[in-house]
Design a protein around this ligand. Sequence first.
Ligand SMILES: CC(C)(COP(=O)(O)OP(=O)(O)OC[C@H]1O[C@@H](n2cnc3c(N)ncnc32)[C@H](O)[C@@H]1OP(=O)(O)O)[C@@H](O)C(=O)NCCC(=O)NCCS
Length: 214
Amino acid sequence: MATPTLTDGRVTIRPIRIRDARPLENELMGNRAWLRQWEATNPHGPAGFDVKASIRSLQAHARSGAGLPFIVEHDGEFAGQLNVSGIAYGSLSSATIGYWVAERFAGRGVTPTAVALATDHCFFGLGLHRMEICIRPENAPSLRVVQKLGFRYEGLRRRYIHINGDWRDHFCFALVVEEVPTGVLRRWKDGRALESAARIPDADLQAATRPLRF
Ligand SMILES: CC(C)(COP(=O)(O)OP(=O)(O)OC[C@H]1O[C@@H](n2cnc3c(N)ncnc32)[C@H](O)[C@@H]1OP(=O)(O)O)[C@@H](O)C(=O)NCCC(=O)NCCS
């Protein structure tokens, strides 16, 4: 399945290419402190840092229909990445979104725009039914992204994803297509996104401060 190029204003998401390896590596190296605490890691030990291999792997997932690997651009400049992964069809018809931008692009609404473009493509281009975003409780900027777009809080997943060297709790947010008949981007731009949908119940906020007992 082809990964499309989609634009709104100054933000474009487009398929990742092998020739993105150099700028991608530069940004990953130049933003180590900014990205490290949110980065997925390998539970079986440190993986090699081979950007070309990771691009090839993303492209293989795209070819198999399991993912959409986007580069995020701001005014045509490389700003970050957005990956749609774990695409399931049939009776689940669901997928997960992950993202990052380089620190110098933070705070310009690049990520909400990119997420809205990708989500609308998944709903109305691919016919998926549900899109999910999972975020560490400590990640206030990312929690703002789902809040702005009106993603609905679904729950706390304990020790859910291996991030920065350990299994980390995540808050899970989702939208199903019936909630956004005019699309996520249109709803947000029209000021109709329901920020309260992303509200996290106090019980989950408190639970996430306590380690899981086992
Ligand atoms: C989370 C992240 C993708 C948000 O992207 P973004 O394009 O900056 O999103 P927005 O412009 O909507 O900003 C979201 C919030 O970040 C905060 N923010 C703004 N500028 C910031 C800066 N320079 N540094 C840190 N946070 C900032 C603000 O709270 C902002 O909300 P506001 O617009 O209501 O003020 C980005 O901070 C990032 O890449 N962080 C590191 C990687 C990461 O956390 N990935 C997500 C894992 S789930």
